[in-house]
Design a protein around this ligand. Sequence first.
Ligand SMILES: NC(=O)c1ccc[n+]([C@@H]2O[C@H](COP(=O)([O-])OP(=O)(O)OC[C@H]3O[C@@H](n4cnc5c(N)ncnc54)[C@H](OP(=O)(O)O)[C@@H]3O)[C@@H](O)[C@H]2O)c1
Length: 333
Amino acid sequence: MNDDDLIALIAPDIPDSQFDSLRRAVAVRTMARDDRRRRPDGTNSHREGPRRTMKVAVLGAGGLLGRHVVEEMARRGREVLALDHAACAIEDARAVASALAGCALAVNCAAFTDVDGAESEPDRSFAINALGAENVARATAAAGAVVLHVSTDFVFGGRLDRPQDEFDLPEPLSLYARSKRAGELLVERANPRSHVVRVQGLYGRGGRNFASRLSSLLREGKRLRLDGERRVQPTSARAAARAIADIAATDRWGTWHASCRGATTWAGFATRLAARLDLSPTWEAVPSAALALRAPRPPNCLLEHRRLALCGLPPLPTWEEALEESLKERDLS
Ligand SMILES: NC(=O)c1ccc[n+]([C@@H]2O[C@H](COP(=O)([O-])OP(=O)(O)OC[C@H]3O[C@@H](n4cnc5c(N)ncnc54)[C@H](OP(=O)(O)O)[C@@H]3O)[C@@H](O)[C@H]2O)c1
């Protein structure tokens, strides 16, 4: 894959004005791979050559959030090493250490994100979401770097009748959630200079998840059954990436909540989206239990963003504002 192909993959609609900075960022990644290939033992001391100038590594850079974090960091003038799954599998501790040497910050967006699939693949889930995350934290600690690890609202049981803040106790319900919670704990233990950022309900350009595809499903007139019960904060990957870049710039280590403000259900989100697209409703709002999903979800996924407020960082937009921005930017095709 050449650099332009990679840019097309991670940022298909990037405006011309941002193309050059992203190409520079991607070029650094390509140089890093070439550099590694040149070494017979497959390792890289990173004491010389182009990697010395690298500052921010993004793992899982081919995923929905990873692509947006790469773009956001590049937009802020950071040098970015975009590592997709093929470039670095996080369960391979040596590969992670080699890839991250020379970086000042690693943002870990890599994860096994199939929430229902995780129920039948516990080993894979823990290998990637827990031990893989620990590999990233260990490698950054060894390199004297900071790690920002992305986690999830699903670490909560969702039984409170209010949004959960960073000081509430997690109570993971599913295997995916347990593996993500384990990742949080291992990251914090392995690197004291760490941020754990919990996001939720992500959607955006190129996302393979249900929320990202909702507008095309509505346009196709598919009859859908949507959860009209579970309380959620749909969050654009754009807004989450901006919050991640803000948090990464602080040294107030620990856990952060970074979802859009407000509250709705997925049926509520669809109602708003359909109204904005001038489409007639083609869905049925059903109770969570009617969907019979394999993995249990918290009934209340709402997050309170107490640390952003306490530390004076910008709040995320409301979910309605983020949806407007996403429609304007044509993130939802
Ligand atoms: N999407 C949501 O609604 C949501 C909600 C809460 C939290 N999160 C968290 O947000 C983060 C990003 O999720 P996302 O929505 O961007 O998911 P995504 O689109 O599925 O991206 C995850 C990326 O990780 C890569 N990956 C999987 N296994 C890997 C491994 N062993 N080593 C390296 N890379 C690997 C995947 O590559 P391949 O596809 O090539 O395997 C994929 O590109 C995750 O930590 C997730 O738990 C997401």
